[in-house]
Design a protein around this ligand. Structure first.
Ligand code: B12
Ligand code: SF4
Length: 618
């Protein structure tokens, strides 16, 4: 493998922000830093700041700890993929520990999934690490294991550790060490305290790997897990990579940040790897100071508020929204929450943001599935009313609803009822995730009891449940990816709804998409094989969207709907449909590529477009 120069390496890392072009900035002017200076000066999405002057004796021989993130496939979220937050958070924290920063220097690298193995390995090697730590999630575990093998083969003395939610269960951590000689240890749970303890232990002449929260190898290389480590009692400034300057906010390509104002969740959903951790809040002043710093970024594209429920603390939510409205109303803001908790004040502030997306998790409407998932409290009427209220009050809001396919207790029929219910709420985007029995969750720990059949480590891909046979599950995932795609086209959504309501029946809305899917299948829309990844929904949806990124295929989709509509509609409506079709075809030039078109802009324009069918319902 050719070694890249440091400059090439910096450029490799930066290149992966290039897909961010095309989205508007937050309305602030560029800092004026030119690209060349920047590449030669700081290192893009890597932090190599805080390097102490080499003349300082104390820092001459520090060991280099490199923490790496490997993000999701960027086709999924496009320009709003965001950053892998854990590595810069951990670097930020570790730098505040004087006993460690005297002996170590800490850096992070944020890789894109699309980067080649060679490019990633070269970038890691170029930073000459003493220890590499990977931030591990279900979407990158297989790749991280491969990269760890490649790195260890080239740098036999390198210490390689994993951390993150996907490896935090002791039995998974032990399996990983058993099966992967390239790994030296796994840090379980919240990383700050156990990683600091581990690094302190590694300073001993004999390198002590044993510490709370660590799974490491014993004297005969057999894996052993030590009891869980403590979690941070107080959250504060030291955990903000933006306030510490660890994460550079002056990237000339713009930044899309992840922001955290609390840790933990008061619920404990059986499919979630994140609940069951005590809720702790960052102090209000730190949250606002961090937001202020982010809002001062010269080219801010927006951010994702990763709290479990953005709206849980209304005063905090409104204080945040007020700043977004004042400082960056055009940027892209994402948050998740309970629709019933969105206050009138929050709604009024949301209505002043141009590109805001809020996701509401429905998951299922089956009482049995909700009970088994630990969400028996879900009140479907309240959920529906709350989502409708949000959409009515803020029509320009990108209001999304999420469901899960394959929950224990759900059947193919109840899942289709869930899709029908969700479609009826009229969200701008309906996303269906395939259940993953995640490490650390009851659904994996007690898979048998829940009737869950999975592929085992490392990804735990769902194969079937006792109420959802395998072939039905695959059908349901295909259908839901297709529904997500169609629903993304506002005019198609309105048209499908109109056709469905006219036609009636058991599931009036979903049945239109089912018929449409059948028509499109005959035109080769659906591939033959079913993706063998844990996130088959994503792997089906991305090529579907790519397929519809050209005028011909978009037109085919609309024509299929026209066929459906033709069965029900009076002839005069058909001419309106045809006109509409032309309009759509115009929007998508032959070279139009949906990945480059901002889907949120499309949605918005659709919301204001007059429904083309008589009596169409938005
Ligand atoms: C942001 C986010 C996303 C973004 C990801 C993009 C991005 N740039 O980050 C989006 C919205 C795209 C996303 C998608 C999905 N996500 Co998500 N997401 C999150 C979320 C909300 C925040 C992650 C985060 O940054 N946390 C903040 C950091 C600081 O916390 P942390 O990750 O837990 O890291 C701490 C420890 O784990 C540990 N640690 C982490 N890395 C390392 C590394 C080392 C070396 C060490 C020592 C320690 C360590 O220390 C950190 C600090 O304490 C979490 C939930 C949550 N609030 O954490 C879910 C979460 C990460 N997502 C999850 C899942 C399942 C998904 C999906 C697969 C859902 C689905 N079925 O479709 C999809 C993936 C889609 C795809 N295409 O691949 C799971 C992951 C579980 C797992 N085993 O991997 C989580 C935990 C939520 C859950 N319900 O369980 N997600
Ligand atoms: S799914 Fe959401 S509400 Fe449920 S435990 Fe996880 S973060 Fe909390």
């Amino acid at each position: 493998m050719n070694e890249p120069s440091l400059l090439e390496w910096k450029m490799t890392i930066r290149m992966h922000t290039s897909s961010w072009k095309g989205l508007p900035f937050a309305g602030m002017e560029s800092s004026g830093i030119c690209l060349g200076q920047r590449i030669l000066g700081k290192e893009g999405r890597a932090n190599l700041s805080e390097r102490k002057p080499l003349s300082d004796e104390r820092f001459m021989h520090r060991r280099n700890v490199l923490l790496c993130g490997l993000n999701i496939r960027s086709e999924f979220m496009g320009a709003t993929t965001g950053i892998a937050l854990a590595p810069p958070v951990l670097v930020s924290y570790l730098q505040t520990r004087p006993e460690l920063s005297a002996e170590y220097e800490f850096h992070f690298l944020d890789f894109r999934y699309e980067q080649t193995d060679d490019a990633i390995v070269s970038a890691v090697r170029a930073s000459a690490p003493w220890l590499v730590g990977w931030s591990t999630y279900v979407w990158n575990i297989e790749r991280v294991l491969l990269l760890s093998r490649l790195l260890k083969a080239r740098l036999p003395g390198l210490r390689v550790i994993l951390g993150g939610p996907h490896v935090s269960d002791p039995s998974v951590a032990e399996w990983l060490l058993q099966e992967n000689p390239a790994l030296d240890a796994v840090v379980r749970g919240e990383g700050e305290i156990p990683l600091a303890d581990l690094l302190r232990g590694l300073l001993a002449p004999a390198e002590n790997w044993e510490a709370p929260g660590i799974t490491c190898r014993g004297s005969r290389r057999e894996p052993a897990s030590f009891p869980s480590a403590a979690i941070l009692e107080q959250l504060g400034r030291s955990l903000s990579p933006y306030l510490s300057g660890v994460y550079p906010l002056d990237d000339p390509d713009g930044v899309f940040v992840n922001l955290q104002s609390s840790r933990g969740c008061r619920f404990a959903c059986a499919y979630c790897a994140w609940g069951r951790t005590r809720v702790r809040q960052f102090p209000r002043e730190v949250v606002l100071e961090e937001l202020e710093r982010v809002l001062s970024a010269p080219r801010l594209r927006g951010g994702f508020f990763i709290d479990a429920d953005f709206f849980e603390d209304d005063a905090k939510a409104c204080a945040t929204l007020e700043r977004l409205v004042e400082r960056a109303p055009q940027a892209y803001w994402f948050m998740e929450g309970d629709p019933a908790r969105v206050s009138e004040r929050a709604l009024s502030l949301l209505s002043r943001l141009s590109n805001c997306h809020v996701s509401f998790g429905l998951q299922s409407i089956s009482p049995e599935a909700l009970r088994l998932a630990g969400r028996p409290f879900t009140n479907l009427n309240e959920f529906a009313q709350s989502v409708r209220r949000v959409i009515q009050r803020v029509p320009a809001l990108d209001a999304r609803v999420g469901v899960i396919c394959g929950l224990p207790g759900d059947t193919p029929e109840t899942f289709r009822d869930t899709l029908e219910f969700a479609l009826g709420l009229n969200p701008t985007f309906l996303w269906s995730s395939l259940l993953i029995p995640l490490p650390g969750t009851p659904f994996l720990r007690e898979a048998k009891r829940y009737g869950i059949e999975h592929s085992g480590p490392p990804t735990f891909r769902l194969l079937a449940t006792s109420t959802f046979p395998r072939h039905e599950l695959e059908r349901a995932v295909r259908l839901s990816a297709f529904v997500s795609l169609c629903h993304e086209f506002p005019a198609l959504r309105i048209a499908a709804k109109s056709v469905g309501i006219r036609r009636g029946g058991l599931r009036p809305l979903l049945s239109v998409y089912e018929a449409l899917e059948q028509r499109m299948e005959t035109q080769g829309l659906a591939g033959d094989s079913f993706p063998s990844s844990a996130m088959a929904n994503v792997d089906l949806y991305i090529p579907l969207r790519e397929h519809c990124a050209c005028r011909k295929n978009i037109a085919a989709l609309y024509r299929a709907l026209l066929g459906e509509a033709g069965w029900d509609l009076p002839p005069d409506s058909l001419s309106a449909v045809a006109e509409f079709l032309e309009d759509i075809e115009e929007r998508f030039s032959p070279t139009a590529d949906l990945r480059k078109v901002d889907p949120w802009q499309l949605k918005r324009s659709g919301r204001s477009a007059a429904p083309f069918l008589p009596g169409a319902v938005e």
